[in-house]
Design a protein around this ligand. Structure first.
Ligand SMILES: C[C@@]1(CC(=O)O)C2=NC(=C\c3[nH]c(c(CCC(=O)O)c3CC(=O)O)Cc3[nH]c(c(CC(=O)O)c3CCC(=O)O)/C=C3\N/C(=C\2)[C@@H](CCC(=O)O)[C@]3(C)CC(=O)O)/[C@H]1CCC(=O)O
Ligand SMILES: NC(=O)c1ccc[n+]([C@@H]2O[C@H](COP(=O)([O-])OP(=O)(O)OC[C@H]3O[C@@H](n4cnc5c(N)ncnc54)[C@H](O)[C@@H]3O)[C@@H](O)[C@H]2O)c1
Length: 192
């Protein structure tokens, strides 16, 4: 559990400390590579001093309870793996396709149901979305740079995201537009 959370955290923030007498091989490796700090002992009150956020993921409910109490007293964000109500946030099941991020939560009703729904969405939102959103990003950047009239720009930006324009195919690969094609589209669709 802790290993999964650490992997998510390391994707965004380099300042992770793991306090636990034991650690998985992957966590030990991160520690050796200097990607996180592992303190090989049991949690002790005061450990949360200076922390922004804590994940209580010990296999001992009493320990998780103590961690959540200290977090509450210090006003620190807390996720409590075995007792979500004691924490201040819970984790969704996450689907990423490049710039697209879809988070599924059942609000604690059933974590594995959240996973099943996420897996269903994987079929509807395939890898073509990565290229589509990169292309949309590039197209919107070009519109922003090239169209100075704000009303015309707004119309074009909306149109660029609407169905039938630059959109991922229902099947097969996405074909991005060249800069020349985008320029042409801007010229053809610009209204005063
Ligand atoms: C979605 C996902 C995200 C993630 O964790 O990243 C997630 N749990 C996942 C997996 C998973 N969870 C569990 C197993 C073992 C199953 C088994 O073997 O029985 C597995 C499978 C595994 O670990 O592989 C058991 C479990 N989970 C919680 C409890 C306590 C309770 O329900 O009270 C217990 C019982 C523990 C026990 O009694 O021992 C609680 C939470 N789990 C949540 C999220 C939050 C609610 C989200 C929601 O409701 O939508 C919440 C509240 C807290 C939180 O974590 O924030 C991720 C799927 C990722 C994916 O694949 O997409
Ligand atoms: N939220 C979820 O999705 C989810 C999924 C699976 C399990 N869980 C819950 O998460 C918790 C951990 O599950 P796991 O499968 O990772 O267990 P695990 O046994 O693999 O890991 C527990 C870790 O806690 C450490 N630990 C024990 N006592 C400690 C203490 N006093 N101070 C610091 N560290 C201590 C252990 O050394 C171990 O490394 C359990 O409460 C379980 O019910 C939640």
């Amino acid at each position: 559990m802790a290993e999964r959370k650490v992997k998510e955290l390391l994707a965004g923030s380099p300042l992770v400390t793991v306090i636990s007498p034991t650690a998985t091989p992957a966590l030990r490796q991160y520690h050796e590579q200097g990607k996180l700090k592992w303190v090989p002992r049991e949690y002790a009150e005061g450990d949360l001093e200076g922390a922004f956020m804590v994940h209580a993921a010990a296999n001992d409910p009493e320990v998780n309870k103590s961690v959540s109490a200290e977090a509450k007293a210090r006003g620190i964000l807390a996720n409590v793996a075995d007792h979500p109500d004691l924490g201040s946030f819970i984790h969704p099941s996450v689907l990423r396709r490049g710039r697209l991020l879809i988070a599924v939560s059942t609000s604690g009703a059933g974590p594995l149901a959240a996973r099943t729904i996420r897996k269903k969405l994987e079929n509807d939102f395939g890898t073509e979305y990565e290229e589509y959103l990169d292309a949309l990003y590039f197209m919107r950047k070009m519109i922003q740079e090239q169209v100075s009239n704000s009303a015309a720009r707004q119309k074009l930006l909306r149109k660029a995201s609407s169905p039938g324009v630059l959109e991922p195919p229902s099947q097969g690969e996405f074909r991005p537009w060249s800069p020349e094609e985008i320029k042409q589209w801007i010229n053809d669709n610009q209204e005063e």
